[in-house]
Design a protein around this ligand. Structure first.
Ligand SMILES: NC(=O)c1ccc[n+]([C@@H]2O[C@H](COP(=O)([O-])OP(=O)(O)OC[C@H]3O[C@@H](n4cnc5c(N)ncnc54)[C@H](O)[C@@H]3O)[C@@H](O)[C@H]2O)c1
Ligand SMILES: O=C(O)[C@H](O)[C@@H](O)[C@H](O)[C@H](O)COP(=O)(O)O
Length: 307
């Protein structure tokens, strides 16, 4: 089968290789001409010459680039052709994009992809949404990308269901990582377990909590035993927020995922305004000492005057 692939970065570059390894033809386009097979999107579409199949184009670009690429593809593709969004897009954007393409009778599939930079070797887990007939056309590409075992692919439902499924997957990812991270901090802080990386590594077999994220945590500790080289600062790309928003919309309690998301926000603060407020109130009601900010008047740490 033949595929156009837009975006050949950490994900798309390896995906191109894995699909080619399975014997398919991939014409890739990336702004970075050093890695691109085509000079622009029009050139990429022009190089898709297979007869007897619709043109299929997979987008693997940052989420901010998806709308411009969809708009350009709507002008370049023909009725019956298929566009797949493999990025971590917000699921609510899928129906809008599908409707935009449907105006030209172009079909749309949303496909959440998991596996990161290990996907070339291990395969990518795929969660897609769209109508069955369209998904079936793309199935040879899904087969090439997915892991070799029994699992790793789901046609989750209509357009949007793929990204919704990936969003919940990532929300779970936040919660699991947070639990390992908190356990790590406790082990590091309490002076009882002599070798924390060894304790983590021992959990890789036989335990209830063995997992790929645990394996990756062990890798990280092997590279940097006390994580001295890394600052305790974590970004988020949106999936965790959208999971919490969807939970609110559906009145579903997700305290672990929400706490994990908020822990990332806290990681970005030099100081905590909320904790300043708590310290201030304790000081007001009980005269409890506060730690002065470096710029502050040290006398503030004394009990307040009663009014
Ligand atoms: N990195 C991951 O672990 C991971 C996993 C699953 C999904 N995703 C999603 O996959 C998508 C790509 O992620 P990535 O990690 O490969 O990002 P990346 O930044 O490594 O690569 C993106 C590539 O897209 C190219 N690009 C950007 N705009 C373009 C455009 N308009 N036309 C052509 N090329 C363009 C860039 O030059 C770059 O090479 C994102 O939506 C991301 O959320 C990432
Ligand atoms: O399943 C995966 O392969 C990852 O979840 C992947 O999608 C990616 O690494 C996220 O973009 C990170 O998301 P945050 O930036 O929100 O942590």
């Amino acid at each position: 089968m033949e595929l156009g692939l837009v975006g050949l970065g950490k994900m798309g570059g390896n995906m191109r290789q894995r699909i080619r390894n399975a014997g398919h033809t991939v014409v890739g386009f990336d702004h970075n001409q050093d890695i691109s097979d085509a000079k622009d999107l029009a050139d990429m579409v022009g190089k898709l010459t297979a007869t007897g199949q619709p043109k299929v184009v997979w987008m693997m670009v940052p989420v901010q680039a998806i709308d411009p690429v969809v708009t350009e593809l709507a002008e370049l593709l023909s009725p019956g052709d298929i566009v797949i969004d493999g990025g971590n897009s917000r699921w609510t954007d899928d129906t809008r994009r599908a409707a935009q393409l449907a105006e030209k009778d172009i079909r749309f599939v949303d496909c959440g992809v998991s596996g990161g930079v290990w996907g070339l070797e291990n395969g990518y887990a795929l969660m897609c949404g769209g109508d069955k007939e369209t998904v079936d056309v793309v199935m040879p590409i899904f087969e090439a990308l997915k892991p070799e075992g029994e699992f790793g692919f789901v046609h989750a439902g209509k357009v949007g269901a793929g990204h919704f499924s990936k969003m919940v997957h990532n929300g779970i990812e936040y919660g699991i990582m947070q639990a390992y991270a908190e356990g790590y901090e406790l082990l590091e802080t309490a002076d009882i377990v002599e070798n924390v990386p060894e304790a983590f590594e021992s959990w890789r077999e036989g335990t209830v909590i063995r997992s790929w994220l645990l394996d990756l945590m062990v890798n990280a500790l092997k590279e940097d035993t006390h994580l001295d080289k890394i600052r305790g600062y974590a970004e988020d790309s949106g999936e965790g927020r959208w999971t919490v928003e969807a939970a609110i919309d559906n009145a579903v309690p997700v305290p672990a995922i929400a706490a994990a998301l908020f822990a990332r926000f806290a990681s970005r603060q030099e100081d905590s305004p909320a904790m300043k407020a708590i310290a201030a109130m304790r000081n007001q009601f009980g005269g409890h000492a506060v730690k002065g900010a470096e710029s502050a008047d040290p006398s503030y740490a004394t009990p307040p005057t009663k009014h």
